[in-house]
Structures are given as structure tokens and as C-alpha cells.
Design a protein around this ligand. Structure first.
Ligand code: AMP
Length: 397
């Protein structure tokens, strides 16, 4: 089946047309600065055709029209018409407690996504706009919403509740939701396949280390704990996000710097993490360069980053009463052998040993630990778009 996967932000739209019969990306690209001067359109096919041009897109509907035109164009297209496309899969960041798995979109689903939008005000409105635009322009196709939070909905209350008055959960649904669920699900499934194990008999820790980063404990195919919370700010140290922090730090900064709570949260989201600690960059390639040049703060930041990940791995091994596999994924998890090694140096108490040669041999799917006791350590490149396409097919076939 051919599935168009759509990932909408407030002013951007990323897309991939995927043939799920052979896991091929027929075409992909993005629309940027939608509704802003200088809108830009990028398009690339698997056989090397490319478009990159400034194209006026005053709203998401314009953007979807531009995508459809490119996909069906006589020269650049990869399908003759939309009749060859079977379904559209939409990434939605927050499904709240309402959505425990992907669903076929109808008016009620859109209303329910709107209802949880105040939990993800930066993300959900863009997704809704994109879904509406796609339904208007492709009314005959089934549309499926796939939620970043859904995979984590199997967590028990003891894992997702904060130790604050229970009434805030009852009144406002304040709890840990977790994000990157599509990636955690895909990578934990792949891990079981690579190891030739039944996923319902496996305890896996997935480390999704990208610019945004989260970690999850997946026991017998189900998520039992994850590091992100009500919002994607909690947990690991990230590119620009602080991750876990004593909440009293927020009011302390507010008083000292004469800032509002919202301004401090903005600092914790956009100016903290690796960027804030090093003062150099949020990008790990820049941090590694600084480390190699002898920058002490960059060295300390890498140590702090690795220590935080290792502490979560220890915690999740305890949460599952054991761990069979630890999988690294996303930009840093897939590509940065230095960070993987620094994290794994904290884990020798589990019996496991990283194999330096395997660790340093590229970014492909593979085992990177030595044979012997302890959990197997793997690199498993994530593929959120393919996962969305597969979940879409599952629902519409
Ligand atoms: P993501 O959000 O998954 O795209 O990950 C972004 C992060 O991955 C950035 O910090 C990049 O520095 C890092 N990254 C991506 N590619 C590489 C690479 N080839 N080598 C080292 N780090 C990389």
C-alpha cells in the first residue's frame, strides 16, 4: 500500500510517500514558513528528482496542494494520480488519555484532539490544521492519526502519577504522558526481531537520543515507564531542554532575574540542556569538536549527559526487575559512538561490555556489546515515518 505520512507544525509540513509493500520512501520533503513571507518547498524522490523553490503557501491547505501537485506531476511525480495513494497517516504529538492507539480520523476524533490541545499548545494545533487541510483536499482517502503519547498509555498509575495532590490529576489530568512513542515502539519491536526473541518475553530499554531525548522501559512489548512527562521537558538532558530539575529552581530564577514563570519555562525549553551548559551549541557535533579542542565545560557537559542517561537505565532496570536489551536510537544514539561508550561505561555492573570495534562501525542496525553476561546493547535506527505508515495500513487494510 502507498501511504502519505504527514507531520505538521504550526508553520511547517514534513511529508513522505511510503510504499509499505517494500518499505520504500517514494518521495519526501517539507514545506517551511507556511503563512510567512518566503515560504519554501523541498521535494526529493527515491530516483533522484529534486525540487527546491520559494513557493507562496498562505496556509496548510496551500502547502498540501503543492505537495500533491509535485507527487502527481508528469515530470517529477511518483504516482499518476491520488488514486494510487491508499491512505494518509498523520503524526499527532498529544493524544492525552483519550487515545491509546492510532485511530481513523472523523469529526469526533478531531474534536477529541482539540480537547487535549492545551496539553501541547505548540504542537497539536498544527496537526489539526494539517489534518483538516488534507481531509479537504483528499476527501476520498482514509486519514489516520498516530499519537506520540499512545505507546506510553500502558503505564500503570504508579509510573505516571506525580506525587502532588491527586485532585490535580482528577481536575486537570496532570500526569506523565511521555513522547516519542512511535519511535520507542518501533525500536523495541525491531530489537526483539534482531535478537530473534518474542517481544512478549523481553525487557528492553530504549534510549531515543536526538535533539529531544527520552528513554523508556518496555516490558513484554508494553511501555511500563518513560522519562518525558506532562510535556517533553522532563527527563534527560537534551539539546536545549533541561530535563529533570528541582521545581524550586524555577521560582528562584524568577525572583533573581525578575522573570515570569512562562519566561523561565521558555529558558528551560530553549536555552538550557547541552546548549545552556556549554554555552556553545545544542548540536552534539559542535560539542564533540569543542571536547577535542580541550574545552572543559564541553567535557563536563558530556559527562553530565551520559550520567543522566545511565541513571535512567539503572532505574528502568529496577522498574522491570531486569533488562535483556538496551537500544540506542535517533541522531545521537545512532551516530555518536563517544556518547554511547560513555553511557555504557556506567553499566559494567550489569555485566555487559561494549565492543569498541562494533560501537565505532557506522550507524547501521547492529549489536555493539561483546558476547557474555548482561543485557545486549544495540544500535537501532528509528523510523517514525515508516512506523506511522505501518500503523496506518494496519487500520485501513
Ligand atoms: P535528531 O533530533 O534525532 O535529528 O538528532 C539531532 C542530534 O543528533 C544532534 O545533536 C546532532 O549532533 C546529532 N547527530 C546527527 N547526525 C550525527 C552524526 N553523523 N554524528 C554525530 N552526531 C550526529
Amino acid at each position: 500500500m502507498k501511504v502519505l505520512v504527514i507531520n505538521c507544525g504550526s508553520s511547517s509540513l514534513k511529508y513522505q510517500l511510503i510504499d509499505t509493500d517494500n518499505d520504500t520512501v517514494l518521495a519526501k520533503g517539507l514545506c517551511e514558513r507556511i503563512g510567512i513571507d518566503g515560504s519554501n518547498f523541498e521535494y526529493k524522490t527515491d530516483d533522484g528528482k529534486k525540487i527546491s523553490r520559494l513557493t507562496e503557501m498562505k496556509d496548510h491547505k496551500d502547502a498540501v496542494s503543492v505537495v500533491i501537485s509535485a507527487l502527481t506531476d508528469a515530470d517529477t511525480g511518483v504516482v499518476r494520480s491520488l488514486d494510487e495513494v491508499d491512505a494518509v497517516g498523520h503524526r499527532v504529538v498529544h493524544g492525552g488519555e483519550h487515545f491509546k492507539k492510532a485511530v481513523v480520523v472523523d469529526d469526533e476524533v478531531i474534536k477529541a484532539i482539540e480537547d487535549v490541545s492545551d496539553l501541547a499548545p505548540l504542537h497539536n494545533p498544527g496537526a489539526i490544521t494539517g489534518i483538516r487541510a488534507c481531509r479537504d483536499l483528499m476527501p476520498s482517502l482514509p486519514h489516520v492519526a498516530v499519537f506520540d503519547t499512545a505507546f506510553h498509555q500502558t503505564m500503570e498509575q504508579e509510573a505516571y502519577l506525580y506525587a502532588i495532590p491527586y485532585e490535580y490529576y482528577e481536575k486537570y489530568k496532570i500526569r506523565r504522558y511521555g513522547f516519542h512513542g512511535t519511535s520507542h515502539e518501533y525500536v523495541s519491536d525491531r530489537t526483539a526481531k534482531i535478537l530473534g526473541r518474542d517481544k512478549t518475553q523481553l525487557k528492553t530499554i530504549v534510549c531515543h537520543l536526538g535533539n529531544g531525548a527520552s528513554i523508556s522501559a518496555v516490558k513484554n512489548g508494553k511501555c511500563v515507564d518513560t522519562s518525558m512527562g506532562l510535556t517533553p521537558l522532563e527527563g534527560l538532558i537534551m539539546g536545549t531542554r533541561s530535563g529533570d530539575i528541582d521545581p524550586a529552581v524555577i521560582t528562584y530564577i524568577m525572583e533573581k532575574e525578575n522573570l515570569t514563570g512562562k519566561e523561565v519555562i521558555d529558558i528551560l525549553n530553549k536555552k538550557s540542556g547541552v546548549l545552556g551548559m556549554t554555552g556553545i551549541s545544542s548540536d552534539f557535533r559542535d560539542i564533540l569538536k569543542a571536547v577535542n579542542e580541550g574545552n572543559e565545560r564541553a567535557k563536563m557537559t558530556l559527562k553530565a549527559y551520559s550520567l543522566r542517561v545511565a541513571k535512567y537505565i539503572g532505574a528502568y532496570a529496577a522498574a522491570m526487575n531486569g533488562v535483556d536489551a538496551i537500544s540506542f536510537t535517533a541522531g545521537i544514539g545512532e551516530n555518536n559512538s563517544v556518547v554511547r561508550k560513555m553511557i555504557c561505561e556506567h553499566l559494567t555492573f550489569l555485566g555487559t561490555r561494549i565492543d569498541d570495534e562494533k560501537n565505532e562501525s557506522g550507524s547501521d542496525e547492529r549489536i555493539i556489546s561483546k558476547e557474555g553476561p548482561g543485557p545486549v546493547i544495540l544500535v537501532v535506527p528509528t523510523n517514525e515515518e515508516l512506523s506511522i505508515a505501518m500503523q496506518t495500513v494496519e487500520l485501513v487494510k
